[in-house]
Design a protein around this ligand. Structure first.
Ligand SMILES: *[C@@H]1O[C@H](CO)[C@@H](O)[C@H](O)[C@H]1NC(C)=O
Ligand SMILES: *[C@@H]1O[C@H](CO)[C@@H](O)[C@H](O)[C@H]1NC(C)=O
Length: 266
């Protein structure tokens, strides 16, 4: 019975007590449910309740589609994921690994909202594991075996292209990936190509890979300026290649060594 007569008065002391109780309970809950170790690869993180309305991402397994392993490890399977963790192409590996451990990962394609197609193809190409022609043919072969890709015309499928070439790395991208979601660090590259593979309505600019040695607290290659003291934060990884913007960056880094912290331009 919750009528006005039976309800006890709620005094400020009651309110304070209730607040304290909430604070203590949540603190205890947090302490008791402390850091579970990350689940071993490739099991997804603890599942959220099925009824919860949250994002679910399916990650294709490398042996699930004929050709996917080639896009990850090269034609003879010799390019390792560890090799591909370095340089700008590291984002292809890191995003894949994060999604494998993510609690948003689902193993059920029918309940997935988005599909992630892993590929370390930039790295594989740079290390001689595949030629441009093979990359193109392999992508076409892989996509042709994906009914869920066909279902949406690729609209719910995500690809990472971690270098300036963007999706152009796959020569026939315009035919096959023009509706898919592309994550890439550089958008407009019409300086190099007739058309841009980047579409602001569906694609997303992501930060380039920051080398682990720059961020891992235990083995840092440089001492970065504390975040609080920074006005700007920028990261460039690549070669100057005589390009105006990049040369300017090198100049700025030399001019303001105390503000830029460090600059690696090869
Ligand atoms: C890519 O591969 C497909 C299938 O083999 C082929 O039809 C297409 O012409 C290729 N694209 C380019 C640009 O070579
Ligand atoms: C990609 O698709 C958009 C929208 O359908 C279209 O306007 C554009 O011309 C296409 N780009 C290429 C390169 O085919």
């Amino acid at each position: 019975m919750r009528g006005p007569h039976s309800r006890p008065q709620c005094t400020p002391a009651h309110q304070a007590g209730a607040l304290l109780l909430v604070a203590v309970t949540s603190l205890l809950t947090r302490l008791l449910s402390a850091p579970a170790p990350p689940p071993p690869f490739p099991t997804p993180g603890p599942r959220l309740p099925a009824a919860a309305d949250h994002l679910r991402v399916y990650v294709y397994a490398e042996d699930e589609v004929d050709g996917l392993r080639v896009l990850l490890r090269g034609r003879d399977g010799s390019v390792s994921a560890a090799t591909c963790l370095k340089g700008q192409w590291g984002t292809q590996v890191k995003i894949h690994q994060l999604l494998l451990r993510s609690r948003y990962r689902t193993l059920d394609k029918d309940e997935a909202h988005l599909f992630f197609v892993p590929s370390y193809v930039k790295c594989v190409r740079m290390t001689g594991g595949l030629t441009d022609k093979e990359i193109n043919q392999t992508y076409v072969k892989v996509l042709g075996q994906m009914p869920y890709f066909r279902r949406s015309g690729g609209r719910d499928h995500i690809f990472v292209f971690p270098s300036g070439a963007g999706a152009h790395l796959f020569r026939s991208w315009a035919t096959f990936l023009n509706r898919s979601i592309i994550l890439t660090p550089e958008g407009d590259r019409t300086d190099k190509r007739g058309i841009s593979a980047f579409n602001t309505w569906k694609d997303i600019i992501i930060p380039g890979n920051v080398d682990d040695s720059m961020v891992k607290p235990d083995a840092r290659a440089v001492q970065p300026i504390p975040l609080m003291k920074r006005k700007y934060l920028a990261n460039f990884l690549g070669r100057a290649q005589g390009k105006v913007g990049r040369l300017k960056l090198v100049e700025l880094a030399k001019q303001y060594p105390d503000k830029t912290g460090c600059a690696y331009v090869l």
